[in-house]
Design a protein around this ligand. Structure first.
Ligand SMILES: [Zn+2]
Length: 283
């Protein structure tokens, strides 16, 4: 074979690799199905891209820009769906901050929809899963502190999972309850600047809280009660990364409760939260 035909074959191979990558990306067929064997999504895309890098092609592959980010390039986001089901069965106490000497319950049961009967721990997980889908679709990696109702994780455990995950930030997903059925709307909780454990995280946490809360309230029309400080939250006081609690609405208010239980409305909630996280990251 002469040099010209070798070059021709290499170009053909590169074009085919581009086509394979294009089919995987645009057809909606999972890459492992398209490739006809059980391999991870990342491995297939890496395989396709290494074929596309045959030097003889000599041109930039336009599909490369759309290639999913490799795991090591992805920004990691921690999501903490608040509370857990009664079957998790965790009891006992833990310090509310490193060396604080103040003991608080490892877990609490959360509130319940006064009109829908939905438990807060269920709502928190439903929304967190939808936020996870939004973020992973946008190329982020998401770490969840729990993905079912049976997992026993204390508030301190949740902070440690987020700390050790390599996440850039942690969003804790909760819903509110009140004696007064009139109380409505969303708010964010962050530590104060004077917090002895995590006061240095205040500035970044406050920015994150503003971005998430404003975006969430714009997306849903839920009343914005603003960002508030609270230094008694175990899951915040053990954090090493910017962290917020989003109280998505009041499950004891008729409008908030009924809206938040509706799957279509939940999608708006999730997109609002994901948009806010992305706004924070891009600033
Ligand atoms: Zn809660």
């Amino acid at each position: 074979m002469n040099k010209k035909s070798i070059r021709g074959m290499a170009v053909t191979a590169a074009v085919m690799a581009v086509l394979v990558a294009g089919v995987c990306f645009y057809s909606g067929i999972k890459p492992n199905q398209a490739a006809g064997k059980q391999v991870m999504t990342d491995q297939v895309s890496h395989q396709a891209s290494s074929q596309a890098k045959i030097p003889a092609a000599g041109t930039q592959n336009p599909e490369m820009a759309a290639e999913p980010k490799k795991a090591e390039e992805q920004i990691i986001i921690a999501l903490d769906p608040g509370h857990q089901g009664p079957e998790a069965g965790m009891s006992g106490e833990e310090e509310d901050g490193p060396g604080s000497g103040i003991l608080k319950a490892k877990t609490t049961s959360g509130t319940t929809g006064r009109f829908t009967g939905l438990a807060e721990y269920q709502l928190n997980l439903e929304i967190s899963e939808k936020v996870k889908t939004c973020l992973t679709d946008r190329g982020y990696q998401v770490v969840m502190t729990r993905e079912n109702h049976e997992t026993s994780v204390s508030n301190k455990d949740r902070a440690k999972i987020a700390n050790n995950s390599g996440a850039k930030l942690c969003v804790r997903i909760h819903a509110n309850g009140s004696e007064s059925p009139e109380s409505a709307g969303a708010l964010c909780l962050v530590m104060s600047p004077e917090n002895p454990f995590v006061g240095t995280l205040y500035d970044e946490s406050f920015k994150l809280a503003e971005d998430v809360l404003n975006s969430y309230c714009t997306a849903t029309g839920i009343y914005n009660r603003g960002v508030q400080t609270d230094d008694t939250m175990t899951g915040i006081n053990w954090s090493k990364i910017p962290v917020i609690i989003l109280e998505m609405g009041f499950m004891t208010n008729q409008q908030d409760d009924i809206q938040m239980a509706d799957p279509k409305f939940q999608q708006k909630m999730a997109e609002g939260i994901a948009d806010g996280i992305e706004a924070y990251i891009s600033n």
